[in-house]
Write a protein that binds this ligand. Structure first.
Ligand SMILES: [Zn+2]
Length: 359
């Protein structure tokens, strides 16, 4: 049963080009149908989109408590994955985020990063106690993965940061990956410093939580990465709009990874420095520098195509995102779980605020 419909002169449904004169009917939190404009029952709320409708954005690398969930949502990001936070804080927040009353994106979480005593991020300035789970040995690694799986983790994050302290052993890393795969969870690694991407590959890691920036990867390693894992971009945190050696190394690694057929997904590491809440235009422009096409960038950014059964998470942007990434910084309406997000409703009531400045 349709609860809410959105009509748009033009929509990008998540793949290919634009579709004209679209009506998207929503049934609670899911998309019921996508088709041409047609009449609806009197009790169905209809929103006429003043712009291009497209799937909402997902940020696959955040630390949400270091930002404002309402601002994240208002900026067009309706789903986030928190990649490192104390279990007793982030899993309750993830549960809360499923309620329609939650003013923020849907939150998926990994809980704490798996590390060793005094390893990253246990001494990181930004990390509250419990952001790292210090493993004692292989048995403890197995137990930690099982605990996190029971607590609701949607992936397992392991710290391989040799620049900030000791890291898990090869045996512990293998146990983490094997146990995670037994319980059908992917493993995401923070690889930083010589040899750590190679270690991640050898153990069967499924994802790098950052584009590697500390070393230029050999072409052979890039090809193995492209065949085995995906990379969460997080390029903007290496420069925040400036040009840095770290950024150049990362863009070079990501360009070759993408050329080799590797899967790139959008993630910002929100909470780490001045990353704006919502869609980060600088991150998107850096993906363009790394060789992704506009269409590939939009697919890396969005959660799911607009089709029946998909989450009813949509945004309206002012401009053509297939030729102008800047349109993605002009989000005029946000629908999450079949409901208009509060800030978007305010913007509709006061059109002069629709292009409010972004923080
Ligand atoms: Zn992070």
């Amino acid at each position: 049963m349709t609860s809410f419909s959105i009509r748009a002169p033009l929509a990008w449904l998540g793949t290919g080009g634009f579709t004209p004169d679209v009506q998207i009917d929503l049934d609670g939190g899911v998309i019921a149908s996508v088709g041409r404009v047609h009449p609806v029952a009197d009790d169905v709320q209809v929103v006429a989109a003043a712009g291009i409708v497209m799937p909402a954005a997902a940020d696959r690398h955040v630390h949400l408590e270091l930002s404002d969930p309402a601002d994240v949502l208002a900026g067009g990001v309706t789903a986030v994955r928190d990649l490192g936070w104390p279990a007793d804080r982030i899993f309750p927040l993830a549960d809360l985020s499923e309620l329609p009353t939650f003013e923020g994106p849907l939150v998926r979480a990994v809980g704490p990063m798996l590390t060793v005593r005094d390893g990253y991020p246990t001494r990181a300035w930004w990390a509250p106690p419990g952001t790292g789970r210090e493993l004692a040995d292989v048995d403890d690694a197995v137990a930690a993965v099982r605990e996190l799986s029971r607590a609701g983790a949607t992936a397992i994050k392991v710290s391989l940061n040799v620049e900030a302290g000791p890291v898990v052993s090869d045996a512990e890393l293998a146990a983490i990956c094997d146990t995670a795969h037994e319980v059908e969870l992917p493993v995401s690694a923070h690889a930083q410093g010589p040899g750590q991407v190679e270690r991640a590959l050898g153990a069967g890691v499924d994802e790098l939580a950052h584009t590697p920036w500390t070393q230029r990867l050999s072409d052979g390693v890039v090809e193995r990465c492209a065949a085995q894992l995906r990379i969460v971009s997080t390029l903007d945190i290496l420069s925040f709009g400036r040009d840095t050696p770290e950024l150049r190394t990362a863009v070079d690694n990501l360009r070759r990874f993408h050329d080799a057929g590797g899967a790139v997904i959008y993630g910002t590491d929100l909470g780490n420095g001045p990353v704006p809440p919502g869609i980060d235009l600088r991150e998107l422009r850096l993906l363009l520098d790394a060789g992704l096409t506009h269409d590939e960038i939009l697919r890396a950014l969005t959660r799911a195509p607009i089709e029946p059964g998909a989450p009813a998470d949509l945004i309206v942007v002012d401009g053509d995102p297939l030729t102008d990434l800047g349109a993605l910084a002009r989000v005029t309406t946000v629908i999450r779980g079949g409901r208009l997000a509060p800030a978007a409703e305010d913007a509709r009531a006061e059109p002069e605020t629709m292009s409010r400045p972004r923080g």
